[in-house]
Write a protein that binds this ligand. Sequence first.
Ligand code: FE2
Ligand code: FE2
Length: 227
Amino acid sequence: MAALSKGTALTAAARPLLAGKTPAKAAKAGRTGTARRARPLRAVRALGGESVVDVLTRQHRQIRLGFLRAALPGPGRRRNFDRLMRLLAVHEAAEEAHVHPVARKTLRHGRDLAARRRREEKEAKRLLVRLWRTGPHGPGYLRRLNEVRRAVGRHAAREEREELAALRRVLSPARLRMLGAEVKLAQAYAPTRPHRWANNEFTNKLAAPVLGPLDRTLDAARRRRSR
Ligand SMILES: [Fe+2]
Ligand SMILES: [Fe+2]
């Protein structure tokens, strides 16, 4: 244990010297090692350097606003509906693939907590698929939109209160920023439509490389048709 603490306290430059390298080689290895370690940090900064708590809380606000916009009548309803569906799909996919697994492993009672969130997401996704099939001009659209809004609102409030607040207490600021970058990166490739069976870490990670590009192609085709 003592050896471990001593090792972790070593500076980056001292480690290769102690490993028996010459000063020149050690300097080079030190530079390379530093560069290698700096790469993920640069990636995190490039993705905004925001904590996962801030990213997800901001998206919850955007989702709440998105529900209000999607209820408005008029020619913009389709666009607002599509935006909301996309935001909900990428948001939940990233949470299921990257955030709940961390909560499960690091939080006290994390397993129960993540299971509860996943049950809520499953139910919300069932309603979301029904709303998606109804479409913004279908019969009962506003009723179904309201149904999803209530389910998603309750779920998001619990996530903020129980999961995100606990992650903020337990994880280091650097780990929170790293997770925020992971979420943003995952959302750039995630499916943009609700898929009922993609509802856990494994299925979401499996779905992303296939359904992500497919959904985006379908989205682009729909945008071209509506021009
Ligand atoms: Fe969620
Ligand atoms: Fe969420």
